[in-house]
Design a protein around this ligand. Structure first.
Ligand code: G3H
Length: 429
């Protein structure tokens, strides 16, 4: 903590153009080292090989993007004159510019140990902050390789410190340390307890989601089914932006379920090295939790469209039809390759279900009627609504902020503007 504080003091005096130059260099080094880092992701968190490579490349690009944007944003300030406020003469001038916060504690999750670390590191560094990074236990080796790329780019060592360890053992020490000036956390419920324990410092929390996919009777069902499978089963459903519940109007439910099932059957299941679609989930605890949700739904009458199958932490993809709101899986986040379908009698019923959730991260709506799509988007109490597209965080420069238990702290969209993404699809309708 002390070395981080000291390093920050001199870093804040490093000219902005030089900070940007070093970030560009780090981004390029990261991309040069994509293979060994991706191999770590495959081994540590069972990320399919191609996705692992994409994660590293995407991270390098983001570092360069932050350098570019940072120079523009941080190079600007504001100038105010006093007579713009009632009762004042033009006797005072006010100049404002952005200053660093100090030491930022960055805590990324297991599912993106590199990308979600870099998405905290790069903006903090360009703005003149130092970082203490607490990588996830699984993913720590990949994160250490990534930090090494920043050191190779010439960043002074104390500027990015990486502290490994279990959250349950070192988490409180780090998050409650008086030397920390800001916490940026991505993960689950732990974020809520960190928010309660942290002192009076800025917090950025990217937490869970129960991302609803509403399918209307006029939807392009083939497109909807493809997006549901991609959105629900990529990286075995271990994404906060995964489709976590399908809310389909009864009149097209049979047709949609049939199409989704056809695509689910085609998913490959196995080892991440073989680039399989479905790979083992991260821990035994996680597998047991997922199984608990499936068994609860089965016992209460849900239809299992595929046979439930598990070998160790490998769970075969499963669609659960006829899920009702008394089942845990209707509300809880499996973070695994199991996806519930709730049949609804009206769009309003779907919106109600979405808004009754404690979460408010992302969601999507499938319809050919753009007016209805926008009205529904507006009624869904979530950070981002994708129209005719699966939920996703990227492109990585788009604002990403959940409401309710899904997060706080991204200033850019503090006014709760919803993002209506995927303009292409929208305009093509
Ligand atoms: O798990 C949360 C991630 O921020 C999701 O990112 O939509 O790029 O997979 P993604």
């Amino acid at each position: 903590m002390e070395s981080s504080r000291m390093a920050q003091k001199s870093w804040a005096k490093t000219p902005l153009w030089k900070r940007a130059e070093m970030l560009h260099k780090a981004g390029a080094i990261l991309k040069d080292h994509k293979k060994p880092i991706a191999e770590c992701l495959v081994k540590e968190i069972a990320k399919p090989a191609t996705d692992a490579l994409t994660e590293v490349v995407r991270s390098g690009d983001f570092v360069s993007y932050c350098a570019e944007e940072g120079v523009r944003i941080l190079g600007k300030g504001e100038f105010l004159v006093s007579d713009s406020f009632p009762g004042n003469d033009r006797t005072k001038y006010c100049l404002t510019s952005k200053v660093p916060l100090g030491v930022v504690l960055a805590i990324p999750p297991f599912n993106y140990p590199v990308n979600l670390a870099v998405s905290k590191i790069a903006p903090a560094l360009i703005a003149g902050n130092s970082l203490v990074l607490k990588p996830p236990t699984q993913g720590a080796v990949a994160a250490l390789h990534m930090v090494h790329c920043f050191h190779m780019a010439g960043f002074p060592k104390g500027l990015i410190s990486c502290v490994t360890g279990k959250g349950s053992e070192i988490g409180d020490f780090l998050t409650m340390h008086p030397g920390i000036n800001c916490i940026s956390f991505t993960g689950g419920d732990t974020g809520i307890s960190i928010s309660k324990k942290a002192g009076m410092i800025p917090l950025q929390m990217e937490l869970g989601g129960k991302d609803a996919c509403i399918v209307l009777d006029d939807a392009d069902l083939d497109l909807a089914a493809s997006c549901i499978v991609k959105g629900g089963f990529s990286y075995s459903g271990q994404r906060c932006t995964a489709v976590k519940v399908v809310l389909v109007v009864e009149s097209v439910a049979d047709a949609l379920v049939k199409q989704v099932n056809q695509k689910v059957e085609k998913l490959s299941v196995g080892a991440p090295e073989d680039d399989c679609d479905i790979t083992p989930v991260v821990t035994e605890f996680s597998s047991n939790f997922i199984e608990g949700l499936v068994m609860d739904a089965k016992q209460k009458g849900a239809t299992l469209c595929q046979e439930y199958r598990r070998e160790g932490n490998l769970i075969w993809p499963l669609l659960l039809d006829n899920v009702r709101s008394d089942m845990r899986i209707a509300w809880e986040e499996p973070f695994g390759p199991v996806l519930p379908v709730i049949r609804i009698n009206s769009v309003e019923e779907g919106i109600r279900h979405c808004n009754q959730s404690n979460f408010g991260l992302q969601g999507c709506v499938f319809t050919k009627d753009i007016n209805r799509a926008i009205q529904i988007s507006d009624a869904m109490e979530i950070g981002t609504v994708q129209i005719n597209s699966a939920p996703a965080r990227g492109p990585d420069h788009f604002p990403f902020q959940g409401l309710k238990d899904s997060g706080i702290g991204s200033q850019e969209i503090a006014n709760l503007d919803r993002n209506i993404d995927d303009m292409h699809d929208k305009l093509a309708l």
